[in-house]
Design a protein around this ligand. Structure first.
Ligand code: 4AD
Ligand code: MG
Length: 471
């Protein structure tokens, strides 16, 4: 008989039928004449209770199995006598696929998230990480559905690149050179001419510039891929490798961009409510338990999200944001000063304390932002926007792009960047230029927001951070 998932069994409740389930043991308990095991196969949050008695062949060995062992159970589905589950299995046979040993790290007792990060290969078997990563899956599906339904084309931008598209100098080099014997030019610089690509290459920090090329031909596109940043930030919201979704749209201004960003964020939340309510419940229970342990007040993030999915996102300019921060009377580590990029503490104050919900900040000083953003009439600010949310801060960064060839050249010069590698990007402004806009949503930051998890390392399968590239 073929295997059925626990998800299907719990949905269909085929009482009276014979079924086969393969799964891992979450708990096992022996009484006098029979035993129970609770199984989870990862198909859903739910578990299946399997009852087997002394007469079952191999009872001795099976009843001694430890938590984490893997089995295939065959038996009849019956109405459950106990509380907490609707159906259970009366097993006639249990095959052992893989035993485990006493030192299996995931025991019943509560373990810390820090410990589980060191067990990243095993944490997918926990209730909590099952919930987080099923939500991650649904948010990916929601992304394709949202943009697909709106007529956007899905674009795979390159991962290897020769341009620093954000101009921030935070790129990982890619080379096949012999690192023990780097050849230098006469002036003492690394000679990349003999390297694999014949020039310096890196991992992309964004797919935006390539997405712009396609928006200027196909109208509306979005990327969804990994991006890499070699910034030395050891924080709960920075990863060296993270996933980004970048829509780019021709003939759209900053207004439309902000609207798209709010609609997309709200769609992600609604989709998770629709497709992963049990997972949200698990997370809500987890956070409640944590708050109790830490003697903190519990604020159910799920209840808050529920309201956000139908709310209007507040809008303010950067200049007004600085004003609010300066007059707040709040003690900040970094003083909010016009001209300086907002810090996480500022972003969180605005969204958590001041607006108590998501807020879109626009029109930042040009010196805080990348070269490609459209300059405002004032000559000082650019048509940038960041979406800030409670608990995380910035989850989206975007802008209207500078479509004017001369102004773009001027910005590149001002910033001391090289024009040559950007020749193709500049040609978009030379041949049939048009207003266009886009943004990037940090996938893991958005997942942090939806799951309420406090550390970005807990919402990506295998985190890469400074000094950490295990698994
Ligand atoms: O604000 P950023 O740097 O914007 C861009 O990369 C633009 N090219 C996007 C665009 O307009 N198409 O990054 C976008 C988002 C941030 O808002 C943040 O959510 C996330 O990417 N992000 C990171 N997430 C995790 N770890 C990091 N180190 C991140 N850096 C940025
Ligand atoms: Mg940003």
């Amino acid at each position: 008989m073929s295997r059925v998932t626990i998800k299907k069994l719990l949905q269909e409740k085929p009482v009276g039928s014979e079924q086969t389930v393969s799964a891992w043991i979450r708990s096992i308990r022996n009484s006098k004449n029979f035993s129970f095991m609770v199984l989870n196969d990862g198909s859903c949050q739910g578990t299946l209770q399997v009852v087997f008695d002394l007469d079952m062949p191999g009872y001795e060995e099976v009843s001694k199995l430890l938590i984490g062992s893997c089995v295939t159970a065959h038996g009849k589905i019956v109405e459950s006598q106990g509380q907490g589950q609707s159906v259970e299995m009366q097993a006639s046979k249990i095959e052992i696929l893989g035993k485990t040993t006493e030192d299996y790290p995931l025991q019943k007792k509560a373990t810390s998230l820090e410990f589980l990060r060191e067990q990243a290969h095993l944490r997918p078997r926990t209730n909590l990480f099952g919930a987080i990563f099923r939500i991650r899956h649904h948010m990916a599906m929601a992304t394709h559905k949202f943009f697909g339904d709106r007529g956007f084309y899905y674009l795979n931008s390159p991962i290897l690149t020769a341009v620093d598209a954000e101009g921030a100098g935070e790129m990982f080099n890619v080379t096949t050179m012999d690192l023990g014997n780097i050849i230098k030019t006469k002036s003492g610089e690394v000679d990349f001419s003999n390297d694999y690509f014949g020039k310096q290459a890196s991992l992309c920090v964004t797919g935006q510039l390539e997405a712009e090329c396609f928006a200027m031909g196909m109208g509306a596109v979005y990327t969804f891929g990994p991006t890499f940043r070699a910034e030395n930030s050891n924080t709960p919201r920075h990863l060296s490798e993270f996933w980004m979704i970048e829509p780019e749209v021709a003939f759209m201004d900053l207004e439309g961009n902000a609207e798209l960003a709010a609609d997309y964020t709200k769609y992600l939340i609604s989709y998770v409510f629709e497709h992963a309510s049990e997972e949200l419940e698990t997370l809500s229970g987890y956070h409640k338990f944590q708050a109790k342990q830490n003697k903190e007040q519990f604020e159910d993030h799920v209840a808050i999200l529920e309201k956000v999915k139908d709310s209007k996102f507040e809008r303010i300019t950067y200049t007004d944001a600085i004003d609010i921060l300066s007059k707040s009377g709040q003690k900040f580590e970094f003083k909010p000063d016009w001209g300086v990029e907002l810090q996480t503490e500022h972003e969180r104050f605005l969204s958590e304390e001041h607006f108590n919900g998501p807020v879109i900040v626009t029109d930042y000083p040009k010196d805080c932002k990348a070269f490609y953003m459209k300059l405002n009439q004032d000559g000082k600010t650019v048509r940038a926007m960041d979406v800030l949310v409670p608990g995380v801060g910035e989850i989206i960064g975007g802008s209207q792009r500078e479509e004017n060839y001369d102004k773009l050249i001027q910005r590149i010069d001002e910033m001391g960047m090289e024009k040559d590698p950007l020749w193709w990007y500049l040609e978009l402004r030379k041949f049939g230029t048009a207003p266009h806009s886009g943004f990037g949503l940090g996938f893991e930051r958005a997942i942090r927001y939806v799951t309420g998890m406090k550390n970005i390392r807990d919402v990506i399968p295998f985190a890469r951070t400074p000094k950490n590239c295990d698994f």
